[in-house]
Design a protein around this ligand. Structure first.
Ligand code: PYC
Length: 304
């Protein structure tokens, strides 16, 4: 029987499952190299944690590893129900809160190596955590695509640690009652994009008086992000700056489809835009997942 020790948390409603123990040795290479080994040889770790019956489609997993640079606190590889993420904003907050819960942090700042660069998380008390993300930028402005059943949709393509297609142009309110419809629309938009962009972010007016905007984010595995999406908020900041609508240090409050909130801001480092995203993460459980050899679903079953 194999086992995986995990700690579950949520960040503004979006789950993170940190895998602490039970992952086979991934070597001592870069985070990209270790990600390839995890994907190519031990994908069962991902599937067992993120797929039913032990997980569900919204779960983002995070394998915690020793860092390459001992000055950093840990390395982390993020995954979901269908594959691997380059970075994850809400997941970084979940990892930081998990490390604090375990007493593994020495101060209130933790530095984590990801396959796309090192990020930091500053714990501010009461679950509030600010992530300083990788440099973010807009690649395409006002791209027009033809979407089946929708016609022409206009949006930007931006990098915030993952790739996003960002649009306001769908004619459906961003509201919990429309999640099935928004999922269908976002899935059609993704199908129309070539080359593929794996996250689709649809914006609308906020419901909360303290927010600037509300979003619906379709993740690669078909689940929607319950949080306002840390990498998606970073991509949005890059677009707002490129349009001259947000200056360094100004705060953008991004509401999620379920009504939770991230606060985003950025600094400029030469030509690079460095986003910071603030949200709240809470540990929800500690578990040892048991994967018995006789259990036909010990490695989960994909629904997509
Ligand atoms: O917070 O960056 C994020 C994220 C990506 C996918 C789900 N959450």
């Amino acid at each position: 029987m194999k086992f995986l020790s995990v700690i579950d948390s949520h960040t503004e409603g979006e789950p993170t499952r940190v895998v602490l123990d039970g992952v086979p040795d991934l070597g001592a290479g870069s985070m990209r190299e270790r990600l390839e080994i995890l994907r190519d040889r031990y994908d069962w770790v991902r599937s067992a944690c993120a797929n039913e019956p032990r997980g569900f489609d919204a779960v983002v997993g995070a394998v915690l590893l020793p860092p390459v640079d001992p000055a950093n606190d840990a390395g982390v590889l993020f995954f979901n129900n269908t594959g691997y993420l380059h970075m994850c904003g809400h997941g970084t907050m979940g990892v930081a809160e998990t490390l604090r819960h375990l007493g593994r942090l020495h101060g209130n700042v933790c530095r984590l190596e990801t396959p796309v660069g090192t990020v930091s998380a500053t714990l501010r008390g009461d679950g509030a955590i600010t992530v300083e993300n990788v440099p973010s930028y807009r690649r395409d402005k006002a791209l027009q695509i033809e979407v089946e059943g929708l016609g022409t949709v206009t949006g930007d393509v931006a990098w915030g640690g993952n790739w996003f297609f960002l649009t306001q142009d769908v004619g459906v309110a961003v509201a919990p009652g429309n999640i099935a419809l928004l999922t269908d629309i976002a899935t059609r938009i993704r199908a129309a994009l070539s080359p593929e962009i794996d996250h689709i972010e649809i914006f609308g007016p906020p419901s909360r008086p303290d927010a600037h905007s509300k979003n619906f984010v379709l993740c690669p595995g078909g689940a929607y992000d319950r949080s306002p999406c840390g990498t998606g908020t970073s991509a949005k900041l890059a677009c707002l700056h490129a349009d001259g609508k947000l200056r360094p240090g100004e705060v953008w409050r991004q509401e999620s489809v379920i009504g939770s909130l991230f606060e985003g801001t950025f600094r400029l480092d030469g030509e690079s835009l460095i986003p910071s995203v603030n949200g709240r993460a809470y540990v929800t459980g500690e578990a040892k997942l048991l994967l018995r050899d006789q259990d036909p679903f010990r490695h989960g079953f994909p629904l997509t």
